[in-house]
Write a protein that binds this ligand. Sequence first.
Ligand code: PEP
Ligand code: MG
Length: 322
Amino acid sequence: SATRDVEIRTGPVETTDGTEIEVAANVGTSAELPGATRQGADGIGLYRTEFLFLDREQPPDEDEQLEVYTDALDAFPDGRIVVRTLDIGGDKPIPYLDADEEENPFLGDRGIRRSLDADADLFETQLRALLRAAMEGSGRLSVMFPLVTTVEELDGARDTVDQVATTLEKEGIPYAVPEIGVMIETPAAVTMAEELAERVDFFSIGTNDLAQYVMAASRESDAVADLHDPLHPAVLRSIRRSVEAAHDTNAWIGMCGEMAGDPDLTELLVGLGLDELSMSAVTIPTVKAEVTATESETARELADRVLSASTKAEVHEYLEGE
Ligand code: PEP
Ligand code: MG
């Protein structure tokens, strides 16, 4: 679908029958904020904070991070900003953090695992900056943790948030506690979705990693690219299960992997029950146009049909037979 000549819609969009779908931008730096605004983003659905830590010799300190997060909140005074805590390891090594070379980095010390252990100091500094920004900035802040696989990890991360809040309180520094969420990117998180949902305000599905781990197919390998695809029934059913678990506890659920920005899949994703879609800014106008052309009941029927498929080929048949 052409991204040219599509009307830019600022403000929330809804389906033909009035279901509002939040359409947000994925960003990694302050420089990307104006572009997100220009394309009509409702907010930021994934702020990848790794970029703040790359290409330098020292990690950014609390004040530098406070400024970055406050900038994002001020760019969307009526919107929501979902900041993901540092997600390094795997494909994203950082030179000044000593990390052992691992044979299987994608199955190793990455995401929340490092934040709770090897990078605990960085995690605390980042959370201090985030809690202060939540008070200082205009928009609403949400914070999410990457690569969660266990309830203990989530509990550990939440404990750190509480400790940071207590310390800021004692120091007399103004802060606010943001919404807390987890990324759904592993089969373990899907399997434990009910228990995780009880402990958070929201989920955001990272389909790039979820497809990789559900299908046991590296996101970096051309040889298995056909398997690394969220349209496999196993991945789609993982998405459905996560949505149901979230909605059973009144948590909201978004998607910030690449799948969310494919306008050919907007109707399916609305039908699966996603409340928010976050993507690279350029695709926002097209996806917003797709949302306004979608009817909820038809979308749900499409999702049910697609979920009944046994193979990716059947999934494609149902999507195209529309
Ligand atoms: C994902 O895994 O889908 C995701 C959005 O995170 P990243 O691509 O940064 O790993
Ligand atoms: Mg990921």
